[in-house]
Design a protein around this ligand. Sequence first.
Ligand code: ATP
Ligand code: MG
Length: 388
Amino acid sequence: MTTLFLIRYGEIALKGKNRAFFEKTLLQNIKKALRDLAPCRIYRTHGRHFVEVTEGDATAVAKRLQEIFGIVSISPVAVADLSLEAIKAAALEEFAKVARPGIRFKVNTKRANKQFPLNSMEVSAKVGAHLLKNLSGLVVDVHEPEAVLDMEIREEKAFIYTERLPGLGGLPVGVAGKGMLLLSGGIDSPVAGYLALKRGVTLEALHFHSPPFTSERAKEKVIDLCRRLAYYGGKINLHLVHFTEVQKELRLKTPERLMVTLMRRLMFRIAQRLAEKRGALALITGESLGQVASQTMESMNVIERVTYLPVLRPLIGMDKHEIIALAQKIETYPISIRPYEDCCTLFLPDFPATRPRLQQVEEAEKALDIEALVAGCLEKTEVLTIEL
Ligand code: ATP
Ligand code: MG
């Protein structure tokens, strides 16, 4: 049996002349996501995408579609030829699947095809009457229906459905340029990456590690997090930056209480260089306001000065419990809470400055050969391509 899904993508329709590009990108993303799932025919017509599952698990296809950014909702639909008789017959068959005695229902018709001889009110009335005649115990209720039979009369066919499964919304990944995600092994940055993907950003990820102080397992963890993001965003290049030298230098040559600030300034400098190389136009972090020493407004100000790139912080307005709830939903949480060593917690001072002063920070940096440190890190960067 074949199942046909109608795909809705609300926000895209608002995007004026970008529309064709958005639609094409979404279509490609759907094709990629479904490639290994089931044999499908995927096509676009009259402002709608359709996925026809010819064999295999249609429920799994539906679930996958519900997790592709840009899709607002999907409906399994029945198709009828453009005659009232055909539409009535298909509507009855569809509605019989959800009908039960006493159920309050209404019929809703959209007529995109103005050639169709009856207007939408007339179609709804005729089909409603047909249902009432053939299914026992139905109650019409246009204000608070428990079930709705929707019909869309389009150019060549009519589509009939009773179900609307919500999608993730957002924009198709690939329509909003590329961002470089600073991905730690923590809870926050994977969620930040997810939210950037939601707005159509293509991601590359960057992780700082400090072997031998950080282990292979810490690296595995970041790879696993990236794989979860690849579920939503397609293939992701993960840059693993060897950060040990930087940390050793900082520890040797700079005041302990400024270490966090200095380390993060170096991270941003390196991230900017990688972004330039990879064509990324923004950095993305999992920072929120006020969590830790490096995330006060004063710290962010001093840290961000080293880069001209916009630093996007998708979590800025979220509380920790909201971030955790989202991490659980996208299944990064169990990976993030695996015990591991983070390079950021190595050699850390007991009392980091929460209000670092720019002048002091710049003064402290004079003890370092910043350019050599950055170049050294870039040279030792390893790139992995992470796919689902
Ligand atoms: P997270 O849960 O994402 O680790 P956090 O609340 O622990 O965030 P910090 O440790 O201050 O906060 O890090 C702030 C942000 O800096 C992270 O969200 C991430 O974007 C980036 N970051 C921190 N450590 C690393 C790392 N080792 N590699 C890449 N980015 C990092
Ligand atoms: Mg962290």
